[in-house]
Design a binder for this molecule. Structure first.
Ligand SMILES: Nc1ncnc2c1ncn2[C@@H]1O[C@H](COP(=O)(O)OP(=O)(O)OP(=O)(O)O)[C@@H](O)[C@H]1O
Length: 226
């Protein structure tokens, strides 16, 4: 479960001013639920993911994952949290050009210190979960955009995260592939019991989620509208 309580993230703006990228945000995403996060450009969506993913510490408020408060954790603790509890998927799949799909996933397992055989099994399982078992030996340039995004999602699942944060997974994909990727994230959320937040510009895909919220000037409102 992911919980944000009264979270504010303030940036300096101009000479003496400040800007609240997030303004008193309260949000709970239970395990196994997918939340769609929409909002205009600059409304704070990436800031919310950064705070929930322990990449950025909020100015005030608390973030907890499975009851553990991550705000206030040291840099090393936050790095460990990201590796073991948080799956992050960015807009453009950032894959290593020289590694095969399977190796991209194995790298995460090795970083987590798991045993080689367990890493290989977990990587195979994650690739199968996103329907890419037959493309295990392909390198990124031999995969389509949708397949690369699937590898990206599978890689985020390697740590068996309790929180899955996905930033605009469909921005580089056509309508058909976008629908497939959103359905895939919904299925994985249910099967793996992750608390999932997906940022999307596309209201068409909001229905795939269990719940949707809109950010506007850093403030949260229930139900998606843009
Ligand atoms: N490092 C920073 N320093 C100062 N201001 C920032 C910083 N990062 C973001 N902001 C500001 O915080 C606000 C929220 O930005 P954020 O990137 O979270 O929006 P977004 O909803 O993800 O936008 P987009 O849809 O365009 O990606 C914006 O006004 C932005 O200019």
């Amino acid at each position: 479960m992911l919980n944000l309580s009264d979270v504010t993230l303030t940036y300096p703006d101009g000479e003496n001013g400040t800007l609240n990228a997030l303004d008193a945000v309260d949000l709970t995403v239970p395990a196994g639920q997918m939340l769609a996060l929409v909002g205009p450009s600059g409304s704070g969506k990436s800031s919310l993911l950064a705070v929930a993913g322990a990449l950025v510490t909020p100015t005030s408020g608390t973030v907890t994952i499975d009851g553990t408060e991550i705000t206030g954790a040291s840099q090393a603790e936050r790095a460990r949290l990201r590796l073991n509890h948080i799956g992050l998927v960015f807009q453009q799949p950032q894959l290593m050009p020289s590694l095969t799909a399977l190796e991209q996933l194995q790298l995460v397992g090795v970083l987590r210190g798991a045993r080689p055989r367990a890493v290989r099994d977990a990587a195979r399982q994650a690739l199968a979960a996103v329907g890419l078992d037959s493309a295990a030996k392909r390198r990124p340039h031999q995969l389509s955009g949708g397949q690369r995004q699937r590898v990206n999602i599978a890689r985020a699942l390697m740590g068996e995260p309790s929180v899955l944060l996905v930033d605009e997974p469909t921005s580089a994909l056509d309508q058909h592939r976008s629908a497939e990727v959103m359905e895939l994230i919904a299925t994985l959320t249910r099967e793996r019991g992750t608390a999932t937040v997906v940022v999307t510009h596309d209201l068409e895909f909001v229905d795939v989620a269990d719940r949707s919220v809109t950010l506007r000037d850093g403030r949260l409102a229930e139900h998606a509208t843009v």
